[in-house]
Design a protein around this ligand. Structure first.
Ligand SMILES: [Zn+2]
Length: 140
């Protein structure tokens, strides 16, 4: 009887030790798991940070693209303005001689040979064109 009790006690002690060891192992496993989870979380956080950074960089890139597109669009507007100016120039050039009076043609006098405006020449009976001076001298 005494032996049985001792045996049982020994068995219980052994079982308790095993349980204790099990618990220790469990604790170790838990710690390991926590450490692994921690590491995974850190890795995930790092990945998230990287993704965020990438997103920021991509956003910046897209903003720059947009700015470039805007600049191009503005340049296009300028180009259009220049084009309309270019097409406007010949119109203006055509406008200038139309608004200015026709230049008076000059013609040499048949008597003295001096070039004078046609309006100042007088046609005499022979068909010759005389300047005012020569015509005046002729009539004298
Ligand atoms: Zn003359």
């Amino acid at each position: 009887m005494q032996n049985q009790i001792e045996l049982l006690t020994a068995q219980i002690t052994k079982a308790e030790q095993q349980l204790h060891e099990q618990q220790q192992t469990n604790t170790e496993l838990k710690q390991k798991l926590i450490a692994e989870t921690d590491a995974r979380l850190k890795a995930e956080t790092a990945a998230q940070l990287e993704a965020q950074k990438r997103a920021e960089v991509e956003e910046e890139l897209s903003v720059q693209k947009e700015l470039t597109a805007q600049a191009n669009a503005e340049a296009g507007v300028h180009e259009e303005a220049n084009a309309s100016m270019r097409t406007a120039i010949p119109f203006e050039i055509r406008e200038i001689p139309a608004s200015s009076p026709e230049p008076v043609k000059r013609q040499p006098c048949d008597c003295c040979g001096i070039e004078v405006p046609q309006t100042e020449l007088t046609k005499i009976d022979s068909g010759h064109l005389f300047c005012h001076d020569c015509f005046a001298a002729l009539r004298r």
